[in-house]
Design a binder for this molecule. Structure first.
Ligand code: PLP
Length: 664
């Protein structure tokens, strides 16, 4: 949909006549244009139902082009002359921004260009906590602001520009009107208003329409808006060069520089949806690698980011501290299992794992056990892409071959054989115990992902196994590091996956969902015993990233954890688990499917051989969903706000893709 959204700095600023005149100007250039009024309050009762006066103005200005009458261009009409939210409420209705946007798109179909006129100003409420700005965002059109030239207009104009830009929208320009008779006293003021607004920055003044009365009125408006067309910025066309540049010069994760897998260009995101460059929407089943748990563009997270940005985006953490970090660390300490009382703020999951490993080694050094420098882990794990983290990833599907000269050799037990939900077989720990004992003098810590091995294979193992590892660590006085980066914050149905086993680690890593998918941040938490041992005899923990404790990320993380505590994540996750079981269960019977498993909001369809990622991806995009399979796995980890209907659409897309052999 091409066009403009027309809003005002206030109500009664001449917005409708500007819209009508602009419509006429576009029609005069042979474009099939239409002006639309999504919500009209203050309608007049007539024999033909409610009359929308604004639409009548469009009809009057554009009469020669619509000999059979102006098309229906209003979605909601209300009699009371008041704000749309109140008018709708009095009519016993609610206005849904999503529906409204769809209705506008329907009316606009087949037109070259549409002008969508708001009601009142940008912050006018539509009900349900949504405002005209939400509708503007959904329609994603450049915005023209109409301002009445009077005392106070500069303030209103600048506030409106700020608000619109804060939503990621473009301000195409400003139209100044004069709705009252000028006096000799205010001539100077009016002239200065226009100059100030024009000189403020990069918003062009498209027209300065003088006060007019009588017969000339429409003609004057049309003349001014016709001239305005020359100043209006062109619609930016999709740039093919961008995609060529992306392919030729930008590294994307795990793909060839010579023959990269194609990328899909995203325009924006909101809720559970990824909006592509062409305006089509995908239901996000990945939560952007599992982190956007509250969905995208959550108002509370955006607000936290904006207000922190206004105060302080970053300051070094060495020797300085700040409220966002203090608040977040206090929340993390309260939320995580008892005893994890010291918080290290890292800038990514991998870095938090490096910090955890360094803590374990420094702990042993400080304790005089200098020969304890190895890590004990199980196969099938994933802990990140930096060197220390890579060394404890699965040695086969990790990158050990490639980096064998660089990576420290760690000690591996087999993948836990006993699965989640099965009856526990105590023998499943035997081999791990044997390997541990054979190396026990060298081991500083055990590191594992609790219950769910994520990127290493979406594998769920028995809680009793984790309890066994805790016991093993205690018997040999080594530390237990739990990597909760993927599992933390409710993903598995418990706030932290270690709660399935009633196990508390000595060191714990969190990341991914920590900022609700807004920004990069992770944390390594340790017990007081670990922290104090490292620091005895003047020791200090040797890690300090440049962006440690970034205030912006901390403020957003705090907002994300607040939502988690206030919203009923447990109900959300349990509902999703139920829906996933229902909608993915049928895949079990399809040929090529080796296993279907669900835990919390994690749904996995394991195939009997590696899948064709590109072909599946194309198939999913056609079905309006976003999933990124890897290896033999087609899986989902959706935002917690996903609905039943959306979950079913994910399940149906996976079923159809496999049924149509898109995985081969
Ligand atoms: C994603 C992940 C990491 C790495 O986090 P990054 O932020 O990508 O560095 C580490 N451990 C686990 C379990 C993960 O899922």
């Amino acid at each position: 949909m091409n066009g403009y959204f027309i809003t005002g700095t206030d109500t009664d600023v001449g917005k409708t006549c500007v819209t009508a005149a602009l419509l006429r100007a576009f029609l005069d250039t042979n474009q099939s244009a239409l002006a639309i009024k999504p919500v009209q309050s203050g309608c007049i009762e007539s024999t033909h139902g409610l009359r929308a006066e604004d639409v009548e103005a469009y009809a009057r200005f554009s009469a020669p082009y619509f000999p059979d009458g102006y098309p229906e261009a209003c979605c909601h009409k209300y009699r009371p002359a008041c704000s749309p939210h109140l008018a709708a409420e009095m009519a016993g209705e609610t206005v849904s921004v999503d529906e409204l946007a769809d209705q506008v798109r329907n009316i606009a179909a087949d037109r070259d260009l549409v002008l969508v006129e708001g009601a009142g100003g940008a912050a006018v409420p539509l009900g349900n906590g949504q405002t005209m700005l939400d509708l503007m965002q959904r329609l994603d059109l450049p915005v023209i602001i109409v301002a009445d030239n009077k005392l106070g207009v500069i303030n209103h104009a600048l506030m409106t520009i700020e608000m619109i830009r804060g939503c990621g929208l473009t301000v195409a320009g400003m139209v100044i009107t004069n709705t009252s008779t000028p006096t000799t006293d205010d001539a100077h003021l009016r002239q200065n208003n226009v100059e100030t607004i024009a000189g403020w920055g990069d918003v062009p003044v498209l027209a300065d329409i003088p006060y007019v009365e009588g017969a000339d009125f429409d003609t004057v408006f049309i003349q001014h808006m016709t001239s305005a067309l020359d100043i209006l910025p062109e619609f930016s066309s999709q740039n093919v060069d961008d995609m060529d540049f992306d392919r030729d010069h930008i590294w994307h994760p795990y793909t060839s520089a010579l023959d990269p897998l194609p990328t899909v260009k995203v325009r924006s995101t909101r809720g559970t949806r990824i909006v592509l460059e062409d305006g089509s929407e995908l239901i996000d089943g990945m939560a952007s690698w599992w982190c956007a748990i509250h969905g995208y563009a959550n108002p509370a997270l955006n607000k936290a980011a904006r207000s922190q940005l206004g105060r302080m985006s970053h300051v070094m953490f060495g020797g300085l501290t700040h409220e966002p970090a203090i608040n977040l660390c206090r929340t993390l300490r309260d939320m995580t299992p008892d005893g994890l009382d010291h918080v290290f703020l890292a800038d990514s999951g991998s870095v938090s794992v490096e910090a955890a490993i360094k803590m374990a080694l420094q702990y042993m050094q400080a304790d005089g056990q200098t020969e304890r420098t190895k890590l004990f882990t199980v196969r099938g794990g994933y802990h990140g892409d930096t060197c220390g983290a890579m060394s404890v990833c699965d040695p086969d599907n990790g990158m050990h071959q490639l980096f064998s000269g660089l990576l420290p050799q760690q000690i591996f037990a087999p993948r836990p054989a006993c699965r989640f939900g099965e009856e526990y077989d105590p023998a499943s720990l035997d081999e791990a115990r044997r390997i541990f004992k054979a190396n026990s003098q060298k081991i500083a810590a055990i590191i594992v992902e609790p219950i769910v091995q994520g990127a290493g294979g979406m594998y769920f193992y028995h809680p009793e196994y984790l309890r066994g590892l805790r016991k093993l660590a205690d018997e040999h006085d080594v530390l237990l590091i739990l990597d909760e980066i993927a599992t933390g914050f409710g993903r598995t149905g418990k706030l932290f996956a270690c709660e399935w086993s009633d196990v508390t680690p000595d060191i714990m890593c969190v990341g991914k969902a920590l900022t609700g998918g807004t920004m990069t941040l992770a944390a390594t938490l340790a017990t007081t015993h670990v922290a104090h041992t490292i620091s005895k005899n003047g020791g200090v923990f040797m890690h300090g990233p440049t962006f440690m404790g970034n205030p912006l990320a901390c403020a957003v993380a705090q907002a994300s954890l607040t939502i988690l505590q206030q919203k009923n994540w447990k109900t959300q996750v349990h509902d999703i688990e139920h829906w996933l079981k229902e909608s993915f269960g049928s895949c079990r019977t399809l040929p090529g499917v080796a296993d279907v498993r669900v835990l919390g909001t994690i749904g996995v369809v394991e195939m009997d051989r590696p899948v064709n990622v590109q072909s599946l991806q194309d198939c999913f995009i056609k079905r309006g969903v976003w999933l990124r399979p890897f290896g033999k796995l087609i899986y989902v980890m959706p935002p917690y706000i996903i609905t039943r209907e959306e979950t079913e659409r994910l399940g149906a897309a996976v079923y159809d893709a496999i049924a149509n052999n898109a995985h081969i």
